[in-house]
Design a protein around this ligand. Sequence first.
Ligand SMILES: CC(C)(COP(=O)(O)OP(=O)(O)OC[C@H]1O[C@@H](n2cnc3c(N)ncnc32)[C@H](O)[C@@H]1OP(=O)(O)O)[C@@H](O)C(=O)NCCC(=O)NCCS
Length: 163
Amino acid sequence: MVELRDATPADLAAIAAIYNQSVVDSTASWDYEPWTAAQHADWYAYKVERGFPLLVAVDADQVVGYASYGEFHHKIGYDRTRELSIYLAEAARGKGVGTTLMRALIDHARADGVHVLVGGLSADNEASVRLHRKMGFVEVARMPQVGRKFDRWLDLVYMQLVL
Ligand SMILES: CC(C)(COP(=O)(O)OP(=O)(O)OC[C@H]1O[C@@H](n2cnc3c(N)ncnc32)[C@H](O)[C@@H]1OP(=O)(O)O)[C@@H](O)C(=O)NCCC(=O)NCCS
């Protein structure tokens, strides 16, 4: 049974393992190099400082996924728009955990006065496209070949949900 709770610093190693796996073996993240522990610690401190949510999904005491949102763009005029991210360990995918995390993130955003949630997706990420569509996000932009990883061009798809 998967449960959600706010992340603590003790979860950072598990979060890093999940994210870094996606860095090395997928186009879900367009980073090339795994993040260091220091990078994840800075990222966590920034989330806490800004009051952004960082939720973890826990199954049998193991963190199997996480979800968060943060700034879409840095200028103040974008302040009611947030860009989200969700990452699951491979073994936890395709079982509804992403849907559960996304639902909680949307609830948090509504309560927080967010007006628009944006997902920036690699167009080849079928599971992510399906998850966003299922939750009511609509494609609003498609930017061909703006990314490059694994020696090929990647298309960026923006999907948004107006809350
Ligand atoms: C993308 C991700 C968050 C989706 O979460 P999930 O728990 O696997 O997805 P769910 O089981 O909740 O399913 C959500 C929808 O996606 C579909 N889906 C899930 N995995 C899929 C896959 N591999 N291929 C195609 N569709 C898939 C499901 O069928 C479901 O749609 P439906 O209810 O209309 O049938 C998860 O797979 C993941 O962490 N992937 C690696 C990291 C990543 O891509 N993050 C997103 C970065 S933008």
